[in-house]
Design a protein around this ligand. Structure first.
Ligand SMILES: [Zn+2]
Ligand SMILES: [Zn+2]
Length: 126
């Protein structure tokens, strides 16, 4: 990192943003994505983009809650964010330095909280 980049990062310029959920300073440049828009620590995002990632066309600006993980055909994990302000749903590629524990917690959430008693499954399998 050059001296100039360090300087910009400290000022919170266009190369970084502060997570409004957990307060982490996040660099927008991350492994595996050109437009980092979510926090690698808590995975929350902000509703800044409208149609295309990085277009910054949305006027909403509310926090977006990570609600689920989806898997693309090539095995890539995709984070699903829902805006807490307007309920819009966005898909976002996970980044190389996203917190693996937070990702796993998201992925197993429906398995850990089934909407029916697990005994029902056992009955089906017999
Ligand atoms: Zn955060
Ligand atoms: Zn919104």
């Amino acid at each position: 990192m050059s001296r100039d980049q360090r300087h910009r990062a400290r000022r919170g310029g266009p190369n970084s943003f502060r997570c409004r959920r957990c307060g982490l300073d996040v660099s927008t440049q991350a492994l595996g994505t050109a437009h980092r828009n979510h926090c690698p620590n808590c995975l929350w995002s902000r509703h800044l983009d409208d149609d295309a990632p990085g277009d910054r066309a949305a006027e909403c600006g509310s926090l977006m809650e990570p609600i689920a993980i989806s898997v693309r055909g090539d095995g890539e994990w995709v984070l699903i964010h829902r805006c807490t302000g307007c309920d819009e749903v966005h898909l976002n590629r996970t980044a190389g330095d996203d917190n693996p524990l937070a990702l796993m917690r998201m992925a197993v959430k429906p398995l850990a909280q089934p909407p029916f008693p697990l005994e029902h499954l056992a009955r089906l399998w017999i």
